[in-house]
Write a protein that binds this ligand. Structure first.
Ligand code: FMN
Length: 326
């Protein structure tokens, strides 16, 4: 029941977000859960990354989606060779010479960010040198830096040493590494990782207009909308009036009901997680409370709710929910 009170409280104060941050809710939840060590991470978020072949970019976009942070690509002035062997040789030389490649992209408002995600592919067990150019180009003092990597199989630990050496005055959290074997599950892994970090994403997502309310009885669930044309169309629909949907159980993993409108589809093969909001065949709104793998369109995700809390809120059998914008 505690979570219900918190969700109602969050819903009540959302319109006053500029004067009353939702961090209060996040912290209250943490205390309620008895997790006193995790005070959460607060502030404006930048998701910076370097990626030569797109793997790290994919993970960075998951982080952008969940946190509402601003995405920034670290781009070397001279691109690395497409040829893998040539790239290996060049990267090895640069690492040995502690070289700093010039960058062509720049964050003009770095002073505004409090939390910097920093993504890169592991190269020769370490960070690519453009990452070091990036870290030396700004003052990261007092900021929280959260590294993440992708690789064939290597871990992130050697890179962490290099990053911490370059950022003696920053709070550098332990990094998260995704390998080739886990890349397909990166969406799910990133979600779980971010939940564990206790990052407060509501303020930033609200500022971006990415928040939707789901009223179930006297409980208001708060959801973050996806960044695609389907979620945009849903926002458009809700901007004129709230939408009420009669939902029923299907397959022991979801509640589903007709939206009463057709939205554009952005189907991809998804293994759903509890709290995922999905568009099915363009006309059905689905709330998942258990995994299912299918070609589906993401609409968003319910924030800060466990599977047990979600199941309790939705109850057994048919349920009526109302979607609205705050
Ligand atoms: C120059 C170079 C060095 C690499 N070194 C390693 C390594 O030491 N260990 C590893 O597991 N993978 C290594 N890889 C593989 C990449 O880390 C992996 O493919 C990564 O996901 C690529 O990310 P990206 O698509 O964002 O560029 C290397 C790749 C390149 C091009």
């Amino acid at each position: 029941m505690k979570i219900m009170k918190i969700l109602i409280f969050c819903a009540a104060i959302l319109p006053f977000i500029s004067t009353c941050s939702l961090t209060a809710c996040a912290n209250e939840k943490d205390r309620d859960d008895g997790d006193s060590d995790n005070e959460g991470i607060d502030g404006k978020i930048l998701v910076s990354y370097f990626s030569r072949t797109g793997n790290t970019e994919k993970v960075a976009k998951h982080i952008e989606e969940f946190t509402g942070g601003d995405l920034f690509e670290i781009v070397p002035l001279v691109p690395y060779p497409d040829d893998y062997q040539e790239c290996l040789t060049q990267a090895s030389r640069e690492l040995n010479e502690n070289y700093r490649p010039e960058l062509s992209s720049h964050v003009s408002n770095m002073n505004e960010y409090d939390v910097i995600f920093l993504g890169f592919p592991v190269w020769h067990g370490n960070t690519p040198m453009p990452i070091r150019s990036f870290l030396e180009a700004y003052d990261f003092s007092g900021k929280t830096v959260i590294p993440f990597s992708t690789s064939g199989s290597s871990g992130i630990s050697q890179s962490m040493t290099a990053i911490r050496n370059l950022l003696p005055n920053s709070i550098v959290l332990d990094g998260m590494g995704i390998t080739r074997a886990t890349l397909d599950r990166s969406h799910e892994i990133v979600n779980e990782w971010l939940n564990g970090l206790g990052i407060n994403t509501d303020v930033q997502n609200s500022a971006k207009g990415n928040i939707m309310h789901i009223q179930v009885g006297n409980v208001t669930l708060i959801a973050t909308l996806a960044e695609n044309s389907s979620a945009e169309a849903l926002k458009e629909l809700l901007s004129s009036a709230p939408v009420t949907i009669n939902m029923r159980d299907y397959g022991n993993f979801e509640k589903v009901g007709a939206l009463g409108a057709t939205l554009p589809e952005n189907n991809e093969r998804i293994t759903t997680q509890s709290g995922d909001l999905i568009l099915y065949q363009g006309t059905n709104f689905v709330i998942y409370y258990a995994p299912n793998t299918w070609s589906l369109t993401r609409l968003g995700k319910i924030n800060n709710v466990t599977q047990a809390q979600l199941k309790e809120t939705l109850g057994e059998g048919n349920v009526t929910v109302t979607l609205s914008l705050p």
